[in-house]
Design a protein around this ligand. Structure first.
Ligand SMILES: Nc1nc2c(ncn2[C@@H]2O[C@H](COP(=O)(O)OP(=O)(O)OP(=O)(O)O)[C@@H](O)[C@H]2O)c(=O)[nH]1
Ligand SMILES: [Mg+2]
Length: 259
């Protein structure tokens, strides 16, 4: 067999390498901490730990920057990064996007906490702006559900119930039941920190920077962009409007770039 044939035959075994995220489509990379139930149990306060969340935010910021995303959202041990429709890094190769995002998140988080941790990563695709709004409302609803469950479970555990007892006490119970349970233990779910109930968003904002033009000897203003970490996200419809604004302004910028 000729070396070039051998090379081609071996390459053909890289079966998924040609998979690309569809062109001109919204894409979200969603990363999730691998085995974080055990990892967090050893090192962080339950159900929520501000330092754990701060590390998730720092990881999300690095991903947003490196992957040139429009918006990052983090809740629990997951991070979603919205990519622009015209995103063209790595030729939109799925394997590259998933493996490089997971390895960057793992590296950033591991350095911060001093032990090796892993993330998995997957891609979500949506054709319409409304799909993106629905996606982020879906993840925020998950944050709220997990926060209520986590607070209910750990309130029972801290009150002396075993794993089996706490799990059985909450099995199939309604949102109202869990809110009442917390109230009976002196906790008002709606007054818990917003980031725990709704997650945290990170997006780009523009600001004016004062500078000096030495050629003209003049004070000048330039427009720069920086990341804004929003720990007080609105919820439901209002959150949807925030995501819609980010998506629409990205679409306007995209069409200016291609005009
Ligand atoms: N202690 C602590 N745990 C947290 C915090 N935020 C998220 N977690 C935990 O992270 C875990 C996330 O859930 P999953 O992603 O479903 O569980 P996992 O063990 O990571 O499993 P895989 O993702 O399937 O590998 C849950 O057990 C949460 O309680 C936090 O602020 N403090
Ligand atoms: Mg996980």
């Amino acid at each position: 067999m000729k070396p070039s044939d051998f090379e081609a035959r071996m390459r053909s075994g890289e079966f998924f390498h040609d998979l690309r995220m569809l062109p001109a489509t919204w894409a979200v990379l969603r990363l999730d901490g691998h085995g974080f139930t055990r990892f967090t149990a050893r090192r962080f306060q339950k159900p929520f730990d501000a330092s754990f969340h701060a590390q998730m935010i720092a990881t999300a910021e690095r991903l947003l920057e490196r992957f040139q995303g429009l918006y990052a959202y983090t809740e629990s041990d997951e991070i979603s990064i919205l990519l622009p429709r015209d995103w063209d890094l790595f030729d939109r190769e799925l394997e590259k996007a998933a493996s490089l995002s997971a390895s960057l998140a793992g590296a950033v988080f591991s350095i911060a906490c001093g032990e090796p941790v892993q993330f998995d990563s997957r891609a979500w695709l949506g054709a319409r702006d409304e799909d993106v709004v629905d996606y982020f409302r879906w993840r925020q609803a998950d944050a709220t559900r997990c926060a209520l469950n986590g607070w209910s479970y750990w309130t029972l555990r801290k009150a002396g119930r075993s794993v089996a007892e706490a799990t059985a006490a909450l099995h199939g119970k309604s949102v109202a039941f869990k809110n009442d349970l917390l109230r009976n233990h002196g906790i008002n779910f709606n007054e818990l920190p917003c980031w725990q109930r709704r997650g945290t968003g990170i997006y780009w904002e523009r600001f004016e920077k004062e500078g000096f033009d030495p050629m003209r000897g003049l004070a000048v203003k330039t427009v720069r962009r920086r990341m804004k970490v929003d720990r007080e996200l609105p919820m439901k419809g209002e959150y949807g409007k925030l995501v819609e604004r980010l998506v629409r302004s990205a679409d306007r910028e995209g069409s200016r770039r291609t005009a």
